[in-house]
Design a protein around this ligand. Structure first.
Ligand code: BMA
Length: 368
């Protein structure tokens, strides 16, 4: 009898430790990308010194037109006769059930523009400027929120429901055969800066990593979105250690990126430090087996008419970056790509013709 009690208690201890272990293992979601998503990711590793050109909201609106006023267009197309190879979108405010995103792009229209871009052979990247789930303010409201939305936190259920709304939109992105379109998903970007509620100073690096893993667990594990290629991207950082401060681990990230804007128009203030940063990304990417991209850049209003070949191209040449994404063309005082009549248009055409740049048609031709 004494022996039986001993064996029973040993069995109990063992089963308790197993279930703890199992819980941990549940955290470690083993991901398998869809055939289409892994092909898109693999293709980026074969660019051979060339890079794709991307534009945020390329077909949603431009400086002088807006799809929702029933005008259609694409500023980049109107300047060089071709679409970008990568199209950026943002799903901020999907979490609020709003009909349009934070920049007034209707979500039904966005769905259509994404499917059209994919049919043209373009790649899709999506960021998410989601509101602060605790304060109800926008993404730039830095009231502490991350710890409260993690599992066990007071606002966790609210965050779970927000991810479900994002997942419902993402599930609607299907091609003609009904397959999910690969999406380079870039949540919680620029976390190295302090301007977003998920940024530095508003959570610990450990909390950021937990939020990232929880988000992947929900989107992949719960909602089954195996078309999402997760992209980790910081803002400007001083070194590799700062770059990796919030990196959640190789199992949770598929690609890495950097957001790096030009605020000086000079070689010393932009091109040279950007080159150094891209070299750092290449090293990190090689060590972790991830391709990398310049996930946001631009010189607001492009005041330098030779910026494309004078500042951006020399930073990208030989960098190994898969793409460069120019931020959105919103209005005369806030745009990052040229439009017809813009003083930098002739230089943009030279950039378009440079052997290293891949726009829509050339990229599509590489993916027959
Ligand atoms: C910022 C600005 C904002 C915009 C936000 C999300 O960089 O362009 O005007 O709302 O991105 O797209």
């Amino acid at each position: 009898m004494r022996y039986l009690a001993f064996f029973l208690s040993v069995a109990l201890i063992l089963s308790a430790s197993c279930s703890v272990k199992n819980q941990d293992q549940n955290q470690e979601v083993k991901r398998f990308l869809s055939k289409e998503a892994s092909a898109a990711l693999e293709k980026l590793k074969t660019l051979d010194g060339r890079f794709l050109v991307a534009h945020q909201d390329a077909t949603s609106y431009g400086v002088k037109w807006n799809y929702s006023d029933s005008t259609q267009g694409c500023d980049i197309f109107d300047v060089c006769g071709d679409y970008p190879a990568v199209y950026g979108f943002d799903i901020g405010h999907i979490e609020l059930d709003h009909p349009a995103n934070l920049d007034s792009v209707d979500f039904n229209l966005m769905n259509r523009l994404i499917r059209e871009a994919h049919m043209r052979g373009g790649l899709i990247t999506i960021s998410w400027h989601l509101d602060n789930p605790v304060s109800g303010g926008h993404a730039w409201d830095t009231a502490r929120a991350v710890a409260k939305i993690l599992p066990g936190g007071e606002y966790h259920n609210k965050y779970v429901s927000w991810v479900a709304k994002a997942a419902a939109f993402l599930k609607g992105l299907k091609d003609d055969r009904g397959e999910l379109i690969p999406v380079f998903f870039r949540p919680f970007h620029e976390m190295s800066g302090g301007w977003f509620w998920w940024g530095t100073g508003h959570r610990t690096p450990g909390e950021y990593k937990k939020l990232w893993k929880e988000t992947v667990r929900l989107l992949y594990g719960v909602h089954g979105l195996n078309n999402l290629i997760f992209v980790y991207s910081t803002d400007k950082v001083g070194n590799e250690e700062q770059y990796l401060a919030c990196y959640p681990g190789d199992d949770w990230v598929d690609m890495i990126g950097l957001d790096f804007y030009d605020r000086s128009g000079t070689l010393e203030g932009y091109t040279e430090p950007l080159k150094t940063s891209l070299a750092m990304l290449e090293k990190v990417g090689a060590a972790h087996g991830k391709p990398f991209a310049l996930t946001e850049t631009g010189y607001e209003t492009i005041p330098d008419p030779e910026w494309w070949t004078g500042r951006l191209l020399p930073a990208m040449q030989g960098s190994g970056a898969a793409w460069v994404l120019l931020w959105r063309n919103d209005r005369p005082t806030h745009h990052y790509a040229p439009y017809p009549g813009h003083p930098s248009s002739p230089d943009f055409i030279k950039f378009f013709n440079a052997p290293e740049t891949l726009f829509g048609r050339e990229w599509a031709a590489l993916n027959p």
